[in-house]
Ligand binder design. Sequence first.
Ligand SMILES: NC(=O)c1ccc[n+]([C@@H]2O[C@H](COP(=O)([O-])OP(=O)(O)OC[C@H]3O[C@@H](n4cnc5c(N)ncnc54)[C@H](OP(=O)(O)O)[C@@H]3O)[C@@H](O)[C@H]2O)c1
Length: 216
Amino acid sequence: MTGPRPVLVVGASGYVGSRVVQGLAADGRAVLAAARRPVPDADGVLPVRYDTVTDLPDAVRAACGRAGAPLPGAVVASIGGWHKGAALLDDDPERWTATLASHLTAHLDAARALVPLLRPGDPYVVLNGSASREAMAGSGVISVTGAGLAMLVQVLRLEAEQRPSAAVRFHELVIDHAVAGDDRNEDPAQTRTPAQVVHALGEVLDQPGAPAVVHV
Ligand SMILES: NC(=O)c1ccc[n+]([C@@H]2O[C@H](COP(=O)([O-])OP(=O)(O)OC[C@H]3O[C@@H](n4cnc5c(N)ncnc54)[C@H](OP(=O)(O)O)[C@@H]3O)[C@@H](O)[C@H]2O)c1
C-alpha cells in the first residue's frame, strides 16, 4: 500500500461533508468519502458506500484494498444537519427519537467503528453547529443533540487520554454560522464559506497540539 494515509469523511453526501471532501481533495489530500447515499466522483476522492455503521470498517478496508491505498490516518465526522419546525412540546415525538439516533448516537457508533482503524495520535474531528451552544426555538432537538455531541466528544477525548497507548485525538470543530449557500438556513446573520471550514479543519488535522474545541 502506497501513498499518504487518506482522510475519511463520514457524512460525505451532506451539504457540509461534500464540500469538505472537495476542499480537502483540492488541497491535495487523499480523501475517502463515506456515505450511505452516492457521492459524486472527484479527483483524489475514493467513495466508500455503506448501509449501516457496522459495515463501515469493512467497506473502508475494501475500498482501500481495491485502490491500493493505505487505511485512513484521520476521520472527519460530518453527520447530522439542520431542522427547523415545531416547538419541542408540539413536535412529533418520533422526530425526537429519530434525531437522537441520527445526530448523537450515530456519532458514537461511528467512533466505535472507526477508531480501531486509526493509529495513536491520529485525529478524529467531529463537526458541530451553533445550535449546540445557543438554544434555538423550533430547532430544540438540534440544540439538545448538539449540546450532547459536544459533551460526547469531551468524554471520548478524556477517555482516550487515559489510555495513551491507543489514543487517537478527538476534536470538535464548531461551525458558528450557516455555511454559505445552504438554503435551509433562512436569512443567516453571518455565514462561513466552505473554504473557511476546510481551512480550519486542515489546521486541526495537521496540528497534534490543536485545541480540543475549535470554532470557525
Ligand atoms: N449546513 C450548515 O449550514 C451548517 C452550519 C453549521 C454547522 N453545520 C454542521 O455540519 C455538520 C453536517 O451538517 P450538514 O448541513 O452537512 O447536514 P446534511 O446535509 O443533512 O448531511 C448530513 C449527513 O449525515 C449523514 N447521516 C445522517 N444520519 C446518519 C446516520 N444515522 N448515520 C450516519 N450518517 C448519517 C447523511 O449521509 P448519508 O445518509 O448519505 O449516510 C448526510 O449526508 C453538522 O454537524 C452540522 O451541525 C452545518
